[in-house]
Design a protein around this ligand. Sequence first.
Ligand SMILES: Nc1ncnc2c1ncn2[C@@H]1O[C@H](COP(=O)(O)OP(=O)(O)O)[C@@H](O)[C@H]1O
Ligand SMILES: [Mg+2]
Length: 375
Amino acid sequence: MPLEPYELPLTPRRAQTVKLEGIFGVLRDASPDAWGRRIIEKHTGRIDLTEVDYLLHSPEDRAGALSFGRGKAPPAPVRKFNQIIQLDALLAAAEKFMDDEAAGQPGIPEQVFELLRPGSSIGGARPKNVVEDGEGLWLAKFPEKGDKWSNARVEGAMLALAQECGIRAARHRIETVANKDVLLVQRFDRTLTAEGYLRHRMISGLTALGAEDSHGDRAKWSYLLLADELRRRSARPVQDLEELFRRMVFNALISNTDDHPRNHALIAAASEWELSPAYDLTPNPLTSVEKRDLAMTCGIHNRYANRTNLLSQHGQFKLSLERATAIVDDVQQVVAARWHTVLRQHGTTPPDCDRLAGAFNYPGFELDPAVVLAG
Ligand SMILES: Nc1ncnc2c1ncn2[C@@H]1O[C@H](COP(=O)(O)OP(=O)(O)O)[C@@H](O)[C@H]1O
Ligand SMILES: [Mg+2]
């Protein structure tokens, strides 16, 4: 089975890449990002680690199905996970780590490291961990100093709002420990069975696009190109293309300007690939009322989060203009009618709802791009 069928097809030839510091995207996707790397650097006391070092220093509960080791025998699967009842201790460990780091303390106490280790192989920049309960494995996302509101509640609400807009969003719930909110997102790359966990293969949108994470490769960060990739990679392209279109429209309407290619993924539970559930949805109210840009190209006017622009390439998603317009109208109506209620249902305070309102209130969505872009 190829790790990834286009960049790394099964052939007897030697494969090489100069992208992503010389590591194939599918391998890079199994590696930690900023959060995990900070922990590994503190633990090893080294800042000269290579991509392969990060892989080998991160534990076996990484995203996707791959395992890494120095020998030919694959490493044994992890059997003991941090439990949900340990959330208190895990959060305290993450806070201690961040405080020590801010204070310029070298190293990381062994006890703190042991608790944080399971979060260090998963991607993303926010502090996180992996926890288990009777239902399976969850990604636990912790608060961070400097958060403007309860991120857990707001992100949880966006997953729920996405679901109401007809989007397949990851399952979530919110746990409050020591007066702080933690978002639990059920891992969609694992299925609990009587014998243990089945691991599903996973690649990021970045890998599907064959793109770099640097801004120099920004031209490839594109919903239109990701639609092309779904066409050739997904076992259910028609549903996935419409789903991707709906997510793009939703991101525009909640001002989720952090919708970069690593916040999209494809997943293969068995032999076939499909678009993963939606995750990491965050509204950003602190942006222009006339022109907001998504992180990826979404139409002929580049990244402009705007109705005319979103509809301009409807054919890329195999949608008629009528169908695409109906989706935009539908998502717009649900977001407008429901954002406040869903935020409140998730326990977002009224003042925080006020602070967030601008994310859902965006006149630029309906403006004429020709006028806005000319001005
Ligand atoms: N529910 C999930 N199941 C499996 N993997 C996930 C899930 N949610 C996120 N991931 C993976 O973990 C990474 C970090 O999660 P994300 O929510 O994006 O955190 P951050 O806010 O730090 O970017 C993602 O890029 C993705 O690879
Ligand atoms: Mg993310």
